[in-house]
Design a protein around this ligand. Structure first.
Ligand code: NOJ
Length: 577
């Protein structure tokens, strides 16, 4: 049986990233993928605001908290941050249910705090990418309150309603609902409304041009404030066949083909591009990369004027509790690289707020191997072609919390699925075990600043427990330790920033069938880099076909190098001279 989470993560493997060009960029009209753009050279750091830093002791991270850590962000030398939603929200889904798109969530602070944050970032030459959640709103948004009040209300068509006298609408799957039923009956107007996510996240009706204009106006509001980009949440679902036909038997096996990428999405994106992206100096990233290479190209091909960058989930979905195949991992990342060899652009990431921790899933979080494998994984992210996304805490090798009780979890989707498992008498111990590895709350525990109470995150009781290992994994200790993961990541960021070959260079997989080592070269304008990554806990041999005696190591996670023999989780980048 496939658990909800695997399903959910697979679905989320369909992300996109978009953006607009600045004036300088607009002058570059060629579509060769080595065209230089700020968003290709960006190193994006993702901040989960609820868990980053709390300034007022309520146990919830906030904007003032982020402001107090701007110097930390600067010390990383990242060039952009993507902050998860901080708009007004009743927090059914931690901000992904927005009740006012032009206001700041009260737990997070005020608009003044936002302005200070944006200025503080810009003063440090860090760009801000905001999350735009417009496949759905909160059911507490004024639009929805109006919409549900009567069938003739002018906001009625902002959402998808089905009058009950037409009979029950054809089944649609909800990712977050307890019963996975996406239609919720509302007696007030004797109708059903659609929600692909939770009941408190009704889907917006993108067929309605008035709704679309409202969204563009919201985007302009933020763009006028000077933000630098948008990440479009779950946008692959926005276009729908609103006749809601019966899906053929067995459609579940190809869920996304039925639920996402309805062709009208391209019209909406082109319109959004014309109305917003093209008018402002902003980058845009949508969650997903479509259902095929063709989709991905159509979304990010510059000549089509839709989005800038794909955010494909296939790679991040590879890790399973039972382990994963390294050759498969190599194949997937090589495949996606080839997809954008000539046109388009991709994001490179191994974690985000919807995943458990990177080192626990893709590396090895044992005491002996945690730092080594975290350094190795960060080397991977920062040496591939594509824009790297680092998820907050992965620069420290923060690990899964591994909660054992359902009461430790906070994620609504997890709690609803737990209830669903109870309802259908599922295997609860197996479900809980699975959560320990894959629940997204693992990646949402408070950021570990130091070894003081609550890891220096908050003086109050945190909204979700701090990982017990904060006394040994935290910023304060790692800043002092020259050999720490943090200092390694900082060095790796500098290497990427000072070697454009790592941004634009052609990627070439070598020793392709090697079962444990991921090896590749990057080449650009006469410069060549060799990246060797041992993804296993075994000493491994690699066959590079290159003379390493003549190569210059730029970064390594072991003190000594033994050429083509790599130690467990070894990472090294050579410049080939
Ligand atoms: C994708 C977001 O990344 C996730 O956190 C959220 O729960 C869903 N979209 C619904 O907005």
């Amino acid at each position: 049986m496939r658990y909800f989470y695997i399903f959910f993560l697979t679905i989320l493997s369909i992300s996109l990233v978009t953006g607009c060009q600045n004036t300088k960029e607009k002058q570059l009209s060629s579509v060769v993928n080595s065209d230089e753009k700020w968003w290709k050279e960006a190193i994006v750091y993702q901040i989960y605001p609820r868990s980053f830093k709390d300034s007022d002791g309520d146990g919830i991270g906030d904007l003032k908290g982020i402001i107090s850590k701007l110097d930390y962000l600067q010390s990383l030398s990242i060039t952009a941050v993507w902050i998860n939603p901080f708009y007004s929200s009743p927090n059914d889904d931690n901000g992904y249910d927005i009740s006012d798109y032009r206001a700041i969530m009260k737990e997070y602070g005020s608009m003044e705090d936002f302005d200070t944050l944006l200025k503080g970032l810009h003063d440090r030459k860090i760009k801000l990418v905001m999350d735009l959640v417009v496949n759905h709103s909160s059911d507490e948004h004024e639009w929805f309150k109006q919409s549900r009040s009567s069938r003739t209300n002018k906001y009625r068509n902002y959402y998808h309603w089905w009058d009950a006298e037409r009979g029950k609408p054809n089944y649609r799957y909800s990712l977050f609902d307890v019963n996975h039923d996406a239609w919720k009956y509302d007696s007030l107007t004797n109708s059903y409304y659609l929600h692909y996510f939770s009941r408190k996240q009704p889907d917006l009706n993108w067929e309605n041009p008035t709704l679309r204009k409202e969204v563009y106006d919201i985007m302009k509001f933020w763009a006028d404030k000077g933000i630098d980009g948008f990440r479009l949440d779950a946008f692959g679902f926005a276009a729908k066949d609103t006749s809601f036909p019966v899906f053929p038997k067995g459609y579940e096996k190809n869920f996304m083909a039925y639920y996402s990428m309805v062709p009208a999405i391209h019209d909406y994106l082109k319109e959004m591009n014309k109305e917003v992206f093209n008018k402002y100096n902003v980058m845009s990233v949508a969650e997903g990369a479509g259902n095929s290479f063709e989709d991905a190209h159509n979304l990010v091909d510059e000549s089509r004027n839709e989005l800038n960058m794909a955010y494909a989930f296939e790679g991040v979905d590879i890790a399973k509790a039972e382990g994963y195949s390294i050759p498969h991992f190599k194949k997937v990342f090589s495949k996606w690289d080839s997809a954008f060899n000539n046109k388009g652009w991709i994001s490179i990431f191994l974690a985000n707020h919807d995943q458990a921790r990177m080192v626990s899933r893709f590396g090895n979080d044992s005491e002996a191997n945690r730092d080594l494998s975290a350094k190795m994984l960060n080397t991977f992210i920062l040496s591939m072609r594509g824009t790297p996304y680092l998820y907050n805490g992965d620069e420290l090798a923060m690990t899964n919390a591994g909660f054992s009780k359902i009461t430790d979890y906070r994620d609504m989707a997890t709690l609803n699925e737990y209830q669903n498992q109870l309802n259908k008498k599922g295997n609860i111990p197996a479900f809980l075990k699975r959560l320990q590895f894959e629940c997204r709350d693992n990646g949402r525990t408070p950021f570990q600043w130091d070894n003081s109470v609550n890891a220096g995150f908050s003086t109050g009781a945190p909204w979700i427990q701090v990982n017990k290992n904060y006394t040994s994994i935290n910023v304060a200790d790692q800043e002092k330790d020259a050999n720490s993961v943090l200092n390694y990541v900082k060095k790796m960021i500098q290497i990427r920033k000072s070697n454009q070959v790592l941004v634009y260079g052609k990627y070439n997989l070598i020793d392709k069938d090697n079962p444990t080592v991921y090896a590749y070269t990057r080449e650009w304008k006469g410069k060549k880099m060799l990246v060797l990554l041992n993804f296993s806990n075994q000493t491994s041999k690699v066959n590079t076909g290159l003379n390493l005696a003549k190569a210059k190591p730029l970064i390594q996670n072991y003190p000594n190098l033994y050429g083509e023999t790599l130690q467990p989780y070894e990472a090294v980048i050579y410049q080939i001279l």
